[in-house]
Design a protein around this ligand. Structure first.
Ligand code: ADP
Ligand code: MG
Length: 255
């Protein structure tokens, strides 16, 4: 593991428990300006790890640095797209206001904020419905709005939690297109995914988790039958796909 100034995230021996229940145990990894996918079964600590990267939770043991700092200090540089299940979909709020929530109120004037929010909506093809109620949108459109919310402040690190779960293909493609555009500008991406295949070409690192870190490295190092069985146990069929990579097939999940 190399450590240096180009490091976006450096996690060393991270452990975390909720009231004595272990959620993460001894997790270490380091990435630069890369696209990292976190995979693992339900309850394996994926969301917990994202929250630690964002400084929303503090590890019980170990250290985490983001852009060389404590996560709390660099929150302005991080855009977050939470797990769909945790979003209040029926809240009476306009699309543009959802996006504005992603921008800090200190860095920009209101006018600048509005401009940035509209630009972000444009990236996901929803600029025309900026004043519609969020609740009137389809699930896929809502997910695009949540992505716009994550990128509106122009973060250097984008963190997404199962962004494609139950999302229609056009919305997925729109989000990926906007994401790739950002990656080309040097933005790092960390995302929890169940199905890595649609994005495999863009992925540099995979972290396979089941509370403990099962494997971390390039997709071809990490995605093999042995590691996937270790992470998912008997709950999974391992599918070998194009280019010889394996991926877990779990239930009806497409995220
Ligand atoms: P994943 O995202 O991989 O499904 P989580 O990080 O959400 O996993 O959860 C890891 C473990 O921690 C699970 O056993 C879950 O029940 C538990 N957990 C998650 N959030 C809380 C919480 N707020 N309080 C108590 N336990 C929690
Ligand atoms: Mg989760």
């Amino acid at each position: 593991m190399s450590y240096g100034e180009d490091r976006v995230i450096e996690a060393k021996n991270i452990s975390f428990s909720y009231n004595g229940n272990v959620a993460l145990k001894n997790v270490s990894f380091s990435i630069g300006k890369e696209f990292m996918v976190i995979m693992g079964p339900n309850g394996s600590g994926k969301t917990t790890l994202l929250k630690i990267i964002m400084g929303l939770l503090k590890p019980d043991e170990g250290t985490i640095k983001v852009f060389g700092e404590c996560p709390e200090k660099v929150r302005e540089k991080i855009g977050y797209m939470p797990q769909k299940e945790n979003i209040a979909r029926h809240f009476p709020i306009r699309v543009i206001d959802v996006v504005l929530m992603g921008i800090s109120n200190k860095r920009f004037s209101r006018k600048e904020e509005l401009k940035k929010a509209k630009e972000a909506l444009k990236e996901v093809g929803l600029e025309k419905i900026w004043d519609k109620p969020f609740s009137s949108l389809s699930g896929g459109q809502q997910q695009r709005v949540m992505f716009a919310r994550a990128i509106a402040k122009e973060p250097s690190l984008i963190i997404m939690d199962e962004p494609f779960n139950g999302v229609d293909l056009p919305s997925r493609e729109k989000i990926m297109e906007a994401l790739i555009k950002r990656m080309k500008k040097g933005v790092a991406v960390v995302t929890v995914l169940h199905n890595i295949n649609p994005v495999l070409h863009h992925v540099n690192k995979v972290l396979l988790l089941n509370k403990e870190m099962i494997a971390f490295g390039n997709p071809n190092e990490v995605l093999n039958e042995l590691t996937l069985q270790k992470a998912y146990g008997g709950m999974v069929s391992v599918v070998v796909c194009k280019e010889g990579y394996c991926h877990p097939l779990i239930g009806d999940t497409h995220g």
